[in-house]
Write a new protein. Structure first.
Lengths: 137, 137
């Protein structure tokens, strides 16, 4: 079951500069920062309550975020939906004919389990499913 | 003060088709639907808790959403931040040198007061400030 929006991810060129903008312009600070080597990204979570903004910078030339920015420029990258049982949700989506980028969950930040749904199945928007180690809601 | 993410807006070509995708693929239903004539848009809010997904379809050829889709295609359009005092927030942003699309608030859905910040001031992402008639948080 989808419980709510976990985070909205923004692809950024420079995570430090974007964090400075969040602080100076919007008055919002980072809550958590982590390199996720398996995805070739560094992420910073903005402190905003149960639904956060997540800044994502590519750390390698072949990172999906590096490639996304080369093609489209920085901007909002995906919407992550918190689920209580990611395996059940993926099975339900697959049975319904949705195209999955990750057929089985991968490890995300803070030991979450995550999987992406292909934008072809969702009206051109990239959605991530997240099962948090400690549910937020 | 920014209280949290009010909604994430997705520019769509056909709100009925996107609502059908949300129901059939993601298992999520609409909570509210409204035409906002002043913006040339129809919006549908997806039931997701305090932070919602808002589908936005242009209703006129010169609607900002119609033009956005012509240029970039459908996709995630902006992030709306809920504030407790939009006039104070706009004054703070202006004093800090941020470029505002709306120097004074306009009327949004469900009698909210809304204003957009120019992406030039926020690292290429469009943010909306929303002061809800009934605060969500």
């Amino acid at each position: 079951m989808i419980r709510g929006i976990d985070h909205v991810a923004i692809a950024v060129e420079n995570i430090d500069e974007t964090l400075a903008m969040f602080k100076n312009t919007l008055g919002l600070e980072a809550l958590h920062r982590e390199v996720i080597a398996g995805y070739g990204v560094e992420v910073a979570t903005i402190r905003l309550g149960p639904t956060t903004i997540e800044l994502v910078q590519g750390t390698t030339p072949d990172s999906p975020i590096t490639k996304y920015i080369e093609k489209r420029g920085p901007g909002i990258h995906h919407i992550a939906l918190e689920v209580d049982d990611i395996a059940a949700e993926l099975a339900r989506l697959k049975a319904g004919g949705a195209e999955l980028i990750d057929a089985t969950p991968r490890t995300g930040k803070e030991e979450s389990r995550v999987a992406f749904i292909h934008p072809r199945s969702t009206g051109k928007v990239l959605y991530e499913l997240v099962q948090n180690k400690t549910p937020k809601r």
